[in-house]
Design a protein around this ligand. Structure first.
Ligand code: HEC
Length: 135
């Protein structure tokens, strides 16, 4: 039986992996989200668009649950000196958000303008850095 993993072992492995797998996120499909080319005209629309963009592209890794890889990495980085969840941060600036999203960092991928348009980036930056002015 050397080199052969028996069926019950595979079953156990599968069950263990399945319990760690992330459930699919709720929310909009890519088609429903779409890609905005012109920023919304009101501040309220800008913020709600930013939240939708965040929910679609970022929450998978930066959701509040500590198991999310972005949240876990930021917990390790700041050791609680800053909130691990991005939406609880009050120190983010639009320029920093843009830089991270366009360049990526460590295991965080960069996002192209064909994924997150400049208009959507403005909305995302406004949502994550609501206290800051345009830049
Ligand atoms: C695949 C997972 C993943 C996705 C998707 C992701 N991130 Fe990240 N993000 C990370 C990780 C991991 C880090 C921490 C990297 C490090 O410094 O070790 C990070 C870091 C950041 C930082 C830097 C925070 C700091 O203080 O250092 C910002 C800002 C950020 N992400 C914003 C976003 C936004 C906005 C989105 C959505 C467009 C996004 N991320 C999508 C994984 C992700």
């Amino acid at each position: 039986m050397r080199g052969v993993i028996s069926a019950p072992i595979w079953g156990l492995l599968f069950t263990a992996l399945a319990s760690f797998a992330q459930a699919p996120e709720d929310g909009l499909t890519s088609r429903e989200l779409g890609i905005l080319q012109e920023p919304p005209s009101t501040r309220a629309e800008l913020l709600s668009r930013g939240e939708a963009v965040y929910d679609y592209w970022c929450r998978t890794c930066h959701g509040a649950e500590p198991i999310k890889p972005g949240t876990a990495a930021l917990q390790a980085k700041y050791q609680g000196a800053l909130p691990a969840s991005l939406t609880e941060r009050t120190d983010l600036t639009p320029a920093f958000v843009r830089l991270m999203v366009r360049e990526g960092i460590s295991m965080m991928p960069f996002f192209r303008p064909t994924e997150i348009s400049n208009a959507d980036m403005d909305a995302l930056a406004a949502y994550l850095a609501p206290g800051a002015s345009a830049n």
